[in-house]
Design a protein around this ligand. Sequence first.
Ligand SMILES: Nc1ncnc2c1ncn2[C@@H]1O[C@H](COP(=O)(O)OP(=O)(O)OP(=O)(O)O)[C@@H](O)[C@H]1O
Ligand SMILES: O=C(O)C1=C[C@@H](O)[C@@H](O)[C@H](O)C1
Ligand SMILES: [Mg+2]
Length: 180
Amino acid sequence: MTSLPTPLVLIGPMAAGKSHLGHHFAKRYGLDFVDADHVIEAQHGPIPALFTAHGQQHFRDIEAGVVADLLADNRYWNAVISLGGGAPMTPAVQELLAGHTVIYLEVDEVTVRPRITGNRTRPMLQPDPERRWREILDERRDTYERLATIRLDGTGHRRIGSLVQQLHKALTEQRRDATA
Ligand SMILES: Nc1ncnc2c1ncn2[C@@H]1O[C@H](COP(=O)(O)OP(=O)(O)OP(=O)(O)O)[C@@H](O)[C@H]1O
Ligand SMILES: O=C(O)C1=C[C@@H](O)[C@@H](O)[C@H](O)C1
Ligand SMILES: [Mg+2]
């Protein structure tokens, strides 16, 4: 049994490092890790193809269903769950997140730029990844902040081990504050 308030749900913009952090945190603390984007792709095929064939709304409906299934599935109650960048914008997902530990991995444009420059596969970032990333974060920032129970600074070139430690410290402090 873990003393961590699982499941831990990671949210934040595209390429923030949610999957990277989720994988490493889960490994360090003996939790499972599941990535909602990967589950969607396993069930429905590549995300870019879903956008092309059926449009964004169809993708959002599938995404909300997958998030609902993951949060209801007791196999993931001891897991770190990474959500796609746009999932928290869907009202049904916002309702599902209530009462959960929601970690917003905050990054800036400078941190993310090398991870997205020239990207031609992410549907939401076309045709100009850097400009679109900025615009989308401006639209989503308030929602990320509102849903978060923990905000984690993922800016700069921090080593993953240090981010993992920082998250563990924030979770421990949150628990202490809740029981004080
Ligand atoms: N702390 C970090 N230091 C260096 N590179 C990182 C770090 N975190 C993530 N990366 C790299 O940045 C890229 C994006 O990371 P990741 O896939 O984890 O982001 P994400 O938030 O899950 O994005 P999305 O779900 O939108 O695809 C990956 O190539 C990853 O290896
Ligand atoms: O931010 C977004 O809207 C997205 C982020 C990715 O994780 C994928 O879920 C998809 O490419 C859409
Ligand atoms: Mg990811």
